[in-house]
Ligand binder design. Sequence first.
Ligand code: AMP
Ligand code: MN
Ligand code: MN
Ligand code: MN
Length: 276
Amino acid sequence: MNVDLHCHSTASDGALSPGDVVRRAASLGVEMLALTDHDQLEGLREAHEAARATGIVLVDGVEISVSWRGVTLHVVGLGVDARNPALSAGLERVRSGRLQRAREMGESLERSGISGSFEGALALAENPAMVSRTHFARYLTHCGRVAGIKEAFRRYLVPGKPGYVPHRWAQLADALRWIRDAGGLAVLAHPGRYALSAGAMASLLTEFRAAGGGAIEVVTASHSPDQYALFGALAVQHGLAASRGSDFHAPDEGAELGGLPALDPRLRPVWAEWEV
Ligand code: AMP
Ligand code: MN
Ligand code: MN
Ligand code: MN
């Protein structure tokens, strides 16, 4: 079965509307899709309407931004009840600092000689409260400062670069509790992307599991084939299920919906226990 449990719409930093994401996934042969916008559940209703029309199985998801030992992590919640008050209130709190942070990113870029980036990024965000580094990256690309999104991040938007402003996101234990309260399963997103030593990764996975986390992404656009093997082994070692997700954002950025390799059949897929 072609399962893709991680993607974004205009409800966060994706370029397509929720309905268009679902229709695109269905047309590409995806059979089960989770829409996992950052800190936001707003796209799910429209996504469901499109899913009903195409017959694709839609899983209600969210990708929560977390700060852990000074590192930003992303935790995907799958199968969450979007009406759950604890989850909604938690996400609202996580979202609340984004606009101010974006303003500070703009001021910092201004000091490096790049003007108008706050307004530029904001104009590209459908929902101003969800303005993200991705919108800055698109702005820097559109105005010709960089050749593409990847270069925008590398030169301007990662720690140590002029557009990077540190931010306090949710606590790991809180994010896991919101997901669990809403009946969902917590998946550590793209673990290979975090700058952690092997020892710190082991502590993270131990803490994640102990606090109720259930799975890690093994096949994701952020991982190399070597990392599929590494994180597959870590999933087994830590008693966690494995997930697969494209982290699709836009047709011309990163991986395509449902387009990555299948999970190693020796792994326990997150969706194995769900009724389809
Ligand atoms: P934010 O939540 O505003 O910090 O933005 C994080 C988003 O930036 C992620 O969800 C990705 O979509 C995107 N992102 C982060 N790092 C990179 C990178 N190196 N290349 C491309 N996109 C990235
Ligand atoms: Mn994103
Ligand atoms: Mn992420
Ligand atoms: Mn994502």
